[in-house]
Design a protein around this ligand. Structure first.
Ligand code: HEM
Length: 344
């Protein structure tokens, strides 16, 4: 997994930036996780692109504008009037994102022939994929890759900051597994068993991708005792499944022990599929997503004890994705050799 080195480096940069924040100051966790996730997916699919925070912020703002307009269209059937200010703002934001991808494609086209590492974009260029298809596919991949992982990280950190026992247990695990190097590697990442439980429990409650959908356009499908005629849309209601008390007692309670190896072995494997149906349309980024979220959480917890800001109300929204729409503020206490030190 070549990406782990890049994820470790980006996590270290994020921790270094947070270390500069004066003690007691409120830290915008949502912004931090989006910046991190945008850089991670951009650098893994486009190369050394998007290194400056200002560029990332501008891209994120354009994305927020487009996404909230699209949610309005899909969920409320509220479309902008042709020629309206809203349509103009939407089109400008969309154009900025497309232009960014176009600039990245040009950089990759001119890359030195000595560079061996190939990324998604290089394979598309080599196979002469039409330009507009390439732009759309890369943008879709990037958005699919950062909105989901940034929200997963944000949910996980929100829960961890409210559950000091879970945070301490994770910290101990990370410290023991990463040892003196303090770095995530392809060899040690799989040993972070409790951290994975925490991530899975955050994914369950958050319902990042609330549904997946299919239809077979040619054949009838037999599902249990039912025959589903060809052409019938089937929605896998992930958000309903993960709230079913028969499978998940007290479903709204955050409890990573639900994902202990023993508990997992008692459940049907299909009872938890946050990355979609099995088969070739299952999320292609699921390994990357776990690696990214694990690396960021391990680095944050190794350096800080985190707490939510008192009196803050964190509100979830369930639109096209399960998200926390407003900023989530946290405070940090720096850890040093296992003890917690106030930051200067
Ligand atoms: C926690 C993070 C993520 C979650 C919860 C998630 C969830 C999902 C789900 C539920 C689907 C639909 C699968 C289906 O229809 O059966 C999907 C599709 C997809 N995901 Fe993810 N995903 C995540 C991260 C990523 C990442 C990091 C990438 C890119 C690196 C990515 C790229 C995609 C793409 C391209 C598709 C469309 C696949 C297709 O239709 O063939 N996702 N994802």
């Amino acid at each position: 997994m070549k990406s782990i080195g890049m994820l470790q480096k980006l996590s270290e940069e994020m921790v270094a930036r947070w270390s500069q924040i004066p003690h007691g100051e409120h830290v915008p966790c949502r912004q931090g996780m989006f910046m991190f996730a945008i850089k991670a997916i951009m650098q893994s699919s486009l190369g050394n692109f998007f290194l400056q925070d200002e560029e990332v912020l501008k891209f994120w703002e354009s994305y927020n504008t487009s996404w909230s307009d699209m949610e309005q269209r899909f969920l409320k059937e509220d479309f902008p009037q042709p020629g309206s200010e809203r349509e103009k703002i939407f089109n400008e934001a969309k154009k900025y994102m497309y232009d960014t991808i176009a600039a990245a494609i040009e950089v990759r086209r001119k890359r030195p022939t000595t560079e061996k590492r190939k990324m998604l974009i290089d394979v598309m260029i080599e196979n002469n994929i039409p330009y507009d298809v390439m732009q759309c596919d890369v943008l879709m991949f990037i958005i699919g890759g950062f909105h989901t992982t940034a929200n997963s990280l944000l949910w996980a950190l929100t829960f961890i900051s409210a559950h000091s026992d879970v945070q301490e247990k994770m910290y101990q695990e990370v410290k023991n597994v990463l040892g003196d190097t303090g770095k995530i590697t392809p060899d040690n990442i799989g040993q972070l068993v409790y951290t994975r439980q925490v991530i899975d429990e955050a994914l369950r409650i958050a319902k990042i991708a609330p549904y997946a959908a299919r239809f077979d356009d040619e054949n009838d499908v037999k599902l249990g005792d039912y025959v589903i005629p060809a052409g019938t849309p089937i929605i896998q209601a992930i958000n309903v499944e993960y709230n079913d008390p028969a499978r998940w007692p007290n479903p709204n309670e955050f409890d990573p022990d639900r994902f202990s190896p023993e508990k997992v072995s008692e459940r049907h494997p299909y009872s938890f599929q946050p990355f979609g149906f099995a088969g070739k349309r299952k999320c292609p980024g699921y390994r990357f997503a776990y690696a990214e979220v694990t690396t960021a959480l391990a680095n944050i917890l190794l350096s800080f004890q985190i707490q939510g800001v008192k009196g803050q109300e964190v509100k979830a929204s369930c639109g096209l994705l399960g998200a926390l729409d407003d900023e989530v503020w946290i405070t940090l206490e720096k850890r040093s050799s296992g003890s917690v030190q106030p930051m200067k």
